[in-house]
Design a protein around this ligand. Structure first.
Ligand code: NAD
Length: 298
């Protein structure tokens, strides 16, 4: 029977450790860690993600500060808010909830975030440190995936790993993290020729294309590990409740693989947990607290 890589369970285990860590160290720091979330506009999915982050923060003892701005706000005003939060001594981490409306220069806003507070790990400095394999904030979804693999002692070193997708948010940083851990990584994308043939060589196949059910069993080698990053809400009719699925046709693939991540309950919960880890990592650095989080930041 194939092994389910249960992100929900692992994220609860990590949260318990984080909760203890804050409890033990808050006297020395004289305050709890703080996370600021900037949301612009009314994208409903963003509203749900921000609420989930707020709830996760409160479970472990991180104070969250939510800044919900109207989409009529100017780029300059958002930059000023970021600068203010960069200087705020009660805030250890900050993120811009994506996507934001098109009129904003997203990359410029992210580059304004102090790299030490960049808990999404998307700032050039943190990406640069990842390229150089130096310790830094790591982007959350890729770091969560590495922790899921490690939690079941799935070896990365020397394995053929195929990553589908080359986005700045997932595919690129994930490929770099796996390369730093001595995997033999092939990064594929929408212009890749013979995708199926390449995927069939993978010991670990990671689908982050954002295309529902793209990967069926014909893409997968017997005994491979399959990680499904995609999240899609599919509705069969206007009245029916949306059903969540990933990039992988799981029912077809599970009988063939050694291990897989479910959707929901696989990669998603780990993404939020890594945001908490990054916030506490920044708090720990600021107050010179003892470190037991480095293992979680690949
Ligand atoms: P994106 O649209 O920015 O990037 C998709 C990438 O996939 C691109 O590099 C593109 O070249 C590649 N691609 C698209 N179609 C392809 C195809 N047919 N064959 C090969 N490559 C193809 O998306 P993203 O932000 O990287 O997110 C990818 C998916 O992961 C989305 O479904 C998103 O919702 C999900 N996601 C989940 C989490 C989580 O926490 N679980 C976090 C981030 C993103």
């Amino acid at each position: 029977m194939s092994l389910k890589l249960d992100g929900k369970k692992l994220s609860l285990e990590i949260e318990e450790k984080l909760n203890n860590y804050i409890y033990i160290n808050k006297t020395m720091a004289k305050r709890n860690p703080g996370l600021a979330v900037i949301r612009i506009g009314e994208d409903p999915a963003s509203g749900v993600y921000v609420k989930n982050k707020e709830k996760a923060c409160s479970r472990v003892g991180i104070k969250s500060f939510i800044f919900h701005l109207k989409d009529t706000v100017e780029q300059k005003e958002v930059e000023q808010l970021i600068n203010k939060l960069n200087l705020d001594k009660d805030i250890d981490g900050m993120l811009l909830q994506l996507p934001i409306p098109n009129k904003f220069d997203e990359q410029r806003l992210i580059s304004y975030i102090n790299p030490d507070k960049d808990v999404d790990g998307l700032n050039e400095q943190n990406i640069g440190k990842l390229v150089k394999n130096e310790s830094a904030m790591r982007s959350c979804t890729p770091a969560g995936i590495v922790n899921l693999l490690r939690s079941q002692n799935i070896k990365i070193e020397g394995k053929n790993i195929v990553v589908i997708g080359r986005s700045l948010l997932v595919g690129k940083p994930l490929s770099l993290m796996l390369l730093n851990l001595n995997g033999t990584v092939t990064m594929t994308h929408s212009k890749t020729k013979n995708l199926k043939k390449i995927c069939k060589e993978a010991d670990i196949l990671i689908a982050a294309a954002g295309k529902p059910n793209l990967i069926d069993s014909s893409f997968v080698k017997d005994g491979a590990v399959i990680i499904d990053v995609g999240i899609h809400r599919l509705t069969s009719s206007e009245k029916s409740k949306p059903r969540l699925c990933g990039d992988v046709l799981l029912g077809d693939v599970i009988p063939k693989v050694f291990a897989y991540t479910p959707v929901p309950g696989g990669v998603g919960p780990m993404t939020v947990t890594m945001l908490l880890v990054n916030t506490i990592f920044s708090w720990q650095k600021q107050f010179g607290l003892s470190s037991n989080l480095n293992d979680l930041l690949p």
